[in-house]
Design a protein around this ligand. Sequence first.
Ligand code: IPD
Length: 283
Amino acid sequence: MTLTSPNFTCSPAIPATPDPAALTARETFLADLIREAGALARRAFADTSTPQVGMKGPQDFLTETDAAVEDLVRSRIQASFPDDSFLGEETGGVATGPVWVVDPIDGTANFARRIPHYCISIAYVADGEIRLGAIYDPSHDELYAARQGRGATRNGTPIRVAQTTRADAACLELGWSNRLPNATYLAVLTAMLEAGANVRRAATGALGLAYVADGRSDGYAELHMHPWDCLAGLLLVEEAGGRVCGFLEADGLNKGGAVLATAPGLAELMSRATNVTLREAPN
Ligand code: IPD
């Protein structure tokens, strides 16, 4: 199996819990930044001239907007927090110490086909933990935001995961890519369907995770994701009362890895269907 990723390297996290004031400065900055980036993406989406769509690999698309949004986000972060490092889907980076992890357009395949279901996803990781996460859906003007230990919100309103416990009432989302064999995903899909759940795929893993945090879906699973696709969403789900896998603990920042996020009432089913272990529920 070959995992494709941009050229980036990670050094061990610097052990320093971020000072709350410094984190608050980044939290405020992040909310403004992701809306600015979203406005850029929305303008590009509305431009009806033929979009320039390239291919990074089979079923792996790249638009001019991915590059433009990442340039904007990278330059704003460098100007405001020059000592922080940066890791982006399109340009890579070197994660030394605190790092911003950025997906400029998640759901590029939707964006390229003019389907208004895509987002920008930005996480801030320090001392080996996801401290901040934000996901912005420009089409619906929905900003999801979370800060570690302080809950998750949509446009400022607190959100919680669903209370679903019955598999035959559950609506799950499964994502996949050609980074793993089809048979692996088909086995997970079969297990979910046989349990009685509905399963969908909306082609943006980051928004899929935000929807779990918001109670719109009961769980999201994908057996390999890159860190820019999932870190912000994993924090959102945990802060909204859900259960998540230990992505960073399994060296996900370097290698990517399996992603599982679920409403607590479906944790056992989701873990069994995917064979992915969940972190202990916080007290
Ligand atoms: C992709 C989307 C997709 C997921 C893939 C990701 P991109 O990200 O999140 O839903 O299944 O694993 O690579 O390419 O749209 O940024």
